[in-house]
Design a binder for this molecule. Sequence first.
Ligand code: MBD
Ligand code: FE
Length: 281
Amino acid sequence: MSVETTATAAASGANATERFRSDKSAAAEVSTERVNALASRVVKALVDTVMEEKVSYDEYNALKSWLIKVGEDGEWPLFLDVWIEHAVEEVANADREGSKGTIEGPYYVPGSPVLETPATLPMRDDEPGRPLLFQGRVTGVNGEPLAGASVEIWHADDLGFYSQFAPDVPEWNLRGTVIADSEGVYQVNTVQPAPYQIPTDGACGQLIASAGWHAWRPAHLHLKVSAPGYQLITTQLYFTADEHLSDDIASAVKPELVLEPKDKADGTGREVSYDFVLASA
Ligand code: MBD
Ligand code: FE
């Protein structure tokens, strides 16, 4: 196991927890009525499980140890985004027109370097992985081009590591905010991301191993696409023939989000087009 691999669970969990605290936790205001309704239901679901499954003290104590460990490992963001966020996203975007969204996950960092199209994401001189040209157009639902639309991209490297969450990866590696041209066209050069295994050495990994599940997500690009006057889309794009398209641990694959890259004519890697359609705000 490489140093990078062994360092992942604790370091990425702590970083994801800090990220969430600084970006999102202040915005969370929920009314007494909703807390009452939701917390009552969640507690009842747990109590029903205990009664129906006749949960033992050993099992109850295993749960208690595990919950303590989730916090110690900083893995609440990972746990919630892997097993719960897909449902929240489905509810939030059920009636939205335009391109499909999916979950954000725990590894988004706002403020990535702004790049004019045609762009190349920040990467190391010897960045491993097959080159990928990712391009397309951003329009509204009536086909109007969205000049200057923002296409924010972040993804794991060829080893499955995200910058700012794994050690020894440059700060903004494989993260960028690409500004589309006057026709809404964007072009970005990057490398093919690898399938991603969520950290196996933390609390989430322990749950996965104990339950006999697997820890894989299909390879994916994360995106946030936006333009003034339109609704921002948070989404991911996947790659055809990935063995984990049908069993993503995070349940975040949708058929509309699978890319089929082709070899470039000049032999320098692969290319693929994807057009984003944004709903009006
Ligand atoms: C990821 O890269 C990811 O996208 C999600 C949803 C969860 C864990 C790691
Ligand atoms: Fe991801």
